[in-house]
Write a protein that binds this ligand. Structure first.
Ligand SMILES: O=C[C@H](O)[C@H](O)[C@H](O)COP(=O)(O)O
Length: 230
């Protein structure tokens, strides 16, 4: 069922794309529906150029005939369309469930607008039910882990964090980093937490996307609704 809603939201976002746009193209199962919808429009003559947010998305978009480039070639984009693991009424997001948060955040930050596409299960009043992905450099992992836990302790958050993939075979991101997933239950102060995390030297990025999304299409039994940040 949720696949059907992901597809509906993705197709609505594809309708917003106009010829000449420079597009950031997201990662994940919802973004894949967008790539397919966009490819159909490209086959019908839509002229766009895209910057993918992961190798996975690059392969899919390229195989479907979408013209691609890199952010170095095209450092300013008109619109990024991407999924999310959670979105709140301010359109603050948790992203990175698929491990692509770093490139996704760089691409979204280089875009004038960002549309989030999601099924209704991703909507929450307060972020935190979904484990927060934190991308870290492998060097000094244990020291970085302790520094992160210290931040959680200072902010009264649960000290509950796991290395994605496990220590025997950690998941490695496109950038060659590891991911720590923090089960925080509820994050009342997203900005404070984000600021404290990026101040830790071993932290590359975290999955909190704050003031990046300009609109969301959220699909459910009542169809697709447009959400603007409050
Ligand atoms: O790293 C992955 C991305 O942030 C995804 O956009 C996010 O995890 C949502 O993925 P999905 O659309 O598969 O639920």
């Amino acid at each position: 069922m949720s696949d059907q809603y992901k597809k509906l939201a993705a197709e609505r976002a594809a309708d917003d794309v106009t010829s000449g746009m420079r597009l950031g193209i997201g990662t994940g199962s919802t973004a894949e529906f967008f790539v397919h919808a966009l490819a159909r429009r490209v086959q019908d003559g839509l002229d766009v150029i895209g910057v993918p947010t992961s190798e996975r998305t690059r392969e899919l978009a390229s195989s479907l005939g979408i013209r691609l480039t890199t952010l170095d070639e095209l450092p300013e984009l008109d619109l990024t369309v991407d999924g999310a693991d959670e979105l709140d009424p301010h359109l603050s997001l948790i992203k990175g469930g698929g491990g692509a948060l770093l490139r996704e955040k760089i691409v979204a930050s280089a875009s004038a607008n960002m549309i989030v596409i999601a099924d209704g299960s991703k909507e929450v009043a307060t972020l935190g039910r979904f484990p927060l992905p934190i991308e870290v450099v492998p060097f000094g992992l244990e020291a970085t882990r302790r520094a992160i836990l210290k931040v959680f302790g200072d902010l009264g958050l649960p000290l509950n964090m796991a290395l994605r993939g496990g220590s025997a075979q950690p998941f490695v991101t496109d950038g060659g980093h590891f991911i720590l997933d923090a089960q925080l239950e509820s994050i009342p102060e997203v900005q404070t937490l984000g600021d404290r995390l990026v101040a830790i030297p071993g932290v590359v990025e975290h999955g909190l996307f704050i003031e990046l999304a300009t609109k969301a299409y959220v699909a459910g039994t009542d169809g697709v609704k447009t959400v603007l940040p409050i």
